[in-house]
Design a protein around this ligand. Structure first.
Ligand SMILES: [Zn+2]
Length: 409
């Protein structure tokens, strides 16, 4: 059985026109924007035309499929909202591929008692915090959060939804019971360079990396850059610079090949070319697939910064603004995906996902699996995001085979 790549491509390109900006060639479909809602009704029309039932839940998630959802359902999907100036594959691939898989099964007369449904989740990309639809399905939302969430322009989620005729509080009724689900499968672009650089067709994802974020303050003394002798300074930037050079060692001693540590945002105070920086405020974001390793990394960062602070006569403080443990995918499902990949003879690797995906919330209520295909040059969240059609085809065939195995057993 093969999916119809021409039809998939046509659907994906048609969807990419909604919210498309001619000037920068980017897709603009932030959650609950007009373009996002237009894409949702386009999808419902497509699904209806293909003969499927479809509905939108209280969170704005669009579902389509067939069969009684009170029985254990095989659910596929991803999201169709985008970051501003996003690409045409991020999220949409998993939704359009799900439609393609259903159509291929039907055309090949694959009958099954198991209900098959697909979902295009709402607000995955983070206009209001992200993964809104997936959290609603997993039953992770609470009224306080729903009412207080707002975007960077102080537009409240509840107002953005009500402008689209939706009641935000209805998102609290969108949860699925675990017994309604047999499995969840998401096909997504890697959004990183690993598969592309290693010339591999498929990534079988073992789980989504845990991540912690620190806001670090190194406090010294602001001084006149001309009169303060070099050996009498408490230069906060020098502490930060020393830390940057310790990151490789921290990972070598405490991390794994899946560890990532990033200093992504830096502020020097007072921030004057002629003043020795009295304070450095910066972020540390650490990731790994193992929570114990994450703890060791955090501990090592703490010790290293304390030692550096002593050396440069600085005060070291930090605040942990978030700590999210790793979210493993279901091993039986990952193994099942790998089996299908091998049967098709595709090249592949098992890998973690450094980015968050809908799968991480679905994995809390069912057996969830995530399949990656290569992103050309690892580019994503940009108009240059691209994946080759032969990889799109391979990934969708793997989704097809995996769904079929789940229907059979
Ligand atoms: Zn995505």
């Amino acid at each position: 059985m093969q999916i119809n790549c021409e039809r998939l491509k046509a659907n994906l390109l048609e969807l990419s026109r909604i919210g498309y900006n001619e000037d920068d060639r980017g897709v603009y479909r932030p959650g609950f924007s007009d373009a996002d809602m237009q894409a949702r009704s386009w999808l419902q029309d497509k699904a209806k035309a293909a003969g499927y039932e479809t509905y939108m839940d209280g969170a704005g998630n669009v579902f389509f499929g067939r069969g009684d959802r009170n029985k254990p359902t095989v659910l596929m999907g991803s999201h169709i909202d985008s970051v501003p100036a996003g690409g045409i594959f991020d999220g949409t691939l998993g939704v359009i591929a799900a439609l393609e898989v259903m159509q291929t099964l039907d055309e090949n007369d694959v009958q099954s008692e198991t209900p098959i449904w697909a979902v295009a989740t709402a607000e995955e990309e983070g206009r209001f915090g992200g993964m809104f639809g997936a959290q609603a399905i997993a039953g992770k939302l609470n009224p306080d959060w729903v009412l207080s969430a707002h975007d960077a322009d102080e537009v409240y989620l509840k107002d953005a939804m009500s402008a689209q005729g939706l009641d935000a509080m209805a998102a609290l009724d969108a949860a699925w019971r675990p017994e309604q689900l047999k499995a969840f499968l998401e096909l997504h672009i890697e959004q990183g360079p690993v598969l592309f650089q290693d010339n591999l067709q498929i990534g079988v994802v073992d789980g989504i990396s845990g991540v912690f974020k620190w806001i670090v303050h190194l406090k010294g003394k602001a001084d006149h850059a001309g009169t303060a002798p070099m050996d009498k300074r408490s230069d906060a930037f020098m502490g930060l610079a020393d830390f940057a050079h310790e990151i490789d060692r921290i990972i070598a001693e405490n991390g794994t090949d899946k560890t990532r540590i990033t200093v992504g945002k830096v502020e020097l105070k007072p921030g004057n070319p002629h003043t020795v920086p009295g304070e450095a405020v910066f972020t540390i974001v650490g990731r790994d697939m193992d929570e114990e390793v994450m703890k060791e990394l955090a501990n090592a960062c703490n010790k290293t910064l304390s030692a550096i602070a002593r050396r440069h006569h600085l005060r070291f403080e930090y605040e942990q603004s978030s700590w999210l443990g790793p979210k493993p995918c279901s091993k039986p499902i990952s193994d099942l995906i790998e089996k299908q990949v091998k049967k098709r003879g595709y090249s592949f690797t098992r890998m973690p996902s450094g980015a968050g995906h809908d799968t991480q919330f679905l994995s809390e209520i069912t057996e969830a699996g995530l399949i990656f295909i290569p992103s050309v040059n690892g580019v994503s969240h940009a108009p240059d995001e691209w994946s080759h059609w032969h990889d799109v085809e391979a990934g969708t065939n793997v989704l097809l085979d995996t769904v079929q195995e789940l229907l059979d057993d």
